[in-house]
Structure formats: structure tokens, C-alpha cells
Design a protein. Sequence first.
Length: 317
Amino acid sequence: MNARLVCCGLTTLDVTQVVDRLPGADEKVVADGLDVTFGGPAANAAAVAVALGVPTTLVTVLGAGPLADVARAGLAAAGVDVVDLARGAEGVLPVSTVLVTRGTGERAVVSVNGARAPHVAADVRVLDGATALLVDGHHAGAAVPVARAARAAGLPVLLDGGSWKPTTPDLLAVVDHAVLSADLLVPGLADPRAATGAEQEAAVAAVLAAVAAHGPRFVARSAGAGDVRVRRTVAGGGVVHERVRPARVGAGDVVDTLGAGDVLHGATAAALARGSGSLDALVEGVRCATASVRHAGARGWLAAADEGVVPEVLTGV
């Protein structure tokens, strides 16, 4: 099988600066290090998949103008084929300002995401030759019909669930695999991040079950350096709960957490495109995400020999 991935979703232009600490109100700080390149969940995932050896097409909104030219050139250099749904439209590419704190690798991001992008649609023929699809919740007018067509064709469809959006239920209905960030909050449910112990465990389980009720048979939720919780619906309708435990990274070894979630999704999608099973694909995603935090940026780890340690899978939990 010749693997090929399609990613449908957001591209941004990321302006990243490294600071010793985040500024307070009315305060200026001096940055040490500046990088301007493309970003966005689907775009970063596409670049990761290509670097892992899976040819990838990105269906996104770039538009026209100097900022779009920078993003387009960066994607081309990364080997990503691009289908621009807003070619010729001026000023539609979002810009994200990213501050990375030296010493902890934590990041603060300000972005309009896809809020100003025009309503777009995509031709489902972008799936020709594809073996998997990733959607990130943005540009739903394009993503939903493409995901529906992919699912009808028997392709695995993975949702990068960064946050709950008004169109999230529509996407979940045509998604097989949903890998959620800890920031995704389901309306009407408790925030697991605000709880501890048994209450937190119950809150996470409720989130996984609520997302699964919309359609996905495989739902996982990442938690930074913590265990990735997994809920799988198996043949006959039974439910299996598992955890994927990332290899430990020492605090002094964390350089940058920017894009770790995108690495998780891109590597998971690449593994699905190659024919891996759901859990094996997630384990590969966790392994790559763990390696990524030891290096700067969402793609800095790709040139390094460091591949991280294989995560541990815990069953029956």
C-alpha cells in the first residue's frame, strides 16, 4: 500500500519569540530568538507526516499577499502539497504571535485562527489516492464533506480536537478517531483541569464518553506530560479503557512545547495512513510528541537523531 495523507484545516503564519518570562501589563521585555514560519494544527501535522515519509496534501486557506507567500514557501520547502481554497483572496491568512518561555518551554499564543477566513468548500477529489484524512476543526465547510467522503470510502478519519467549536458535532459524526487536547471542553460538562484525583478521573471519562456519543469509536485525550487516556468501542459495542504513558522527559530537557500536540496528531495520522491500528498509531504519535519537546519549534526535532522512548500502554484502567 502506498500511504498518502490528506490534512484539511488551518494554516497560520507564526511569529515566535523566546523570552525569559512573559511580560506583565504595560511592560516590555527583550526577546532572544525570533522565528517566522508557517504554523497551524493541520499545516504542522502535514509537515510532520511528510518528514516521517508519508506524502501529504494540505487543504487549507492561504490566500494572496506577502504573508501568504512566506507560508506557501515554507510549506513547499517542507515538501507539503497545498490545495489553497482561497487563492487570490487578500488578507485571509491568520498571524499567530507566540512567546516561548526559556527554561520551561511553555508557550503563550495569541491568534485569530480561522475567524476571518472566508467560507470555503473543497472538492472531495482531493482524496484521490489517499489512505487517511486528518481534520483539525477549522474550515468546517470544507472539512465536513471531505471527511464524510473519506469515511464512505473506508479511510480512517482523525480529528485533531484542539477546542470545541459550533461545528465540532458535525465533524465528530463523520470521524473515526478523535484525539483531544486537554483544552477541549465539552459544553455542559465539568472542566477536568479544575479537578484532582478521582473527580478528575471521572471528569475525563465523561468527556471521552460524550465525544464518543457523537460517533468516533476511538477517543483519546492528551494531558501534556501526563497519561493519554483512551476510550475504544470494540466489536459488539463493548468499551475498553486504556492509557498511553509517555516516556519521562526531565524538566531541564524541555526546550519548547510549541506544536507538541500537532506532532502528536501528525505522527498518529501518518501511522494510520500506513495502515497501523488505532492504538499503535497513537503510541507512535506520543513517541514523536515526546521527542519534539526536547527541541525548538514544532519541527525542530525532525532533524535530530533523538527519537524518544517508546511509550508504555496500560490496559484495563
